[in-house]
Design a protein around this ligand. Sequence first.
Ligand code: AQP
Length: 330
Amino acid sequence: MQKPIILSGIQPTAKLTLGNYLGAVKNWVKLQNEYLCYYMAVDQHAITVKQDPVQLRQNTLFAVATYLASGVDPKTSHIFVQSHVPQHTQLAWILNCFGYMGELNRMTQFKDKSQSSGKNIRVGLFTYPLLMAADILLYDTDLVPVGDDQKQHVELTRDIAQRLCGLFGDDTVKEPKPYITGPGARVMDLLSPDRKMSKSAENEKGTIFLADTSKQVEKKFKQAVTDSGTEVSYSEDKLGVRNLIDIQSAITGRSPDEIVSSYEGKMYGHLKVETAAIVNEELAPIRAETERYLNDPGELENILKQGAEKAREHASKTIERIYRKVGFHI
Ligand code: AQP
């Protein structure tokens, strides 16, 4: 029997962060035995904001190397670059013709990101949820692993799927469901713990990049914002402390309560130093393996070629089906 299909991707707008790793890639590894997984580097989403072409290409390879180094297995999962599969933009155009302005106006990510885009806001930044819907619908995806902030995109995809099936029949596209991941679903910025850790944050000192050295990681955790108290506890009014506990919990699998009780009588300084050590222990082998892949472009290109072939195989069938349904002559 065919396994249920999972699809996920990361924008290579910069080198990946601890947030991307704990919120996405680490979970991808756990999902790959139970599901048939399509994991992408979504370079077409990345150009909705300004990119340096040389950096974009490097960041795309870095993302893919990180997936592999973290344990995503190219023998069981399909790893590919979005722009290698032209069906994504083919379906995105169709969805542009079936999505509504009102739906896109409600997307909170557009509101957030357009504020930092100056006055020339790219049209793609407004319509990219439809490209994301195309990404999902192309593979007859059952489940999309998402953090809280991405739930809205899956909801939009479900609405559009229902609309298409209503117009053209139930077999037009498959309606996906969000798959909300556990602890680590939201890693916060170390300097502004009320905001999620982001690749493109203005101040890089609040973000742990997977390419950071151990020393850089230690320094960033040392400077992490906590609060004026001293006692380690897990509560809504101690966002900085809570974030460090969540990071430890996502890596070690220990519950926040267990972690808090191990800090009885200790200060914030201990929590910061030990969180940095736990993060470094997790990331050091991934960092080394990522480097190894990047130094062997032949192997990486081979994996990407095979991944794209598998992805195109599925995507071309879906696009042909939808082309027929909407009335294109093929
Ligand atoms: N801080 C985070 N905590 C948990 N999960 C996170 N993800 C991203 N940041 C965190 C998860 O990573 C996947 C892909 O995200 P993305 O990089 O494509 O887009 P994003 O969520 O908009 O991340 P950034 O870093 O803030 O993007 P930029 O700076 O490029 O705009 C998703 O599964 C997401 O939940």
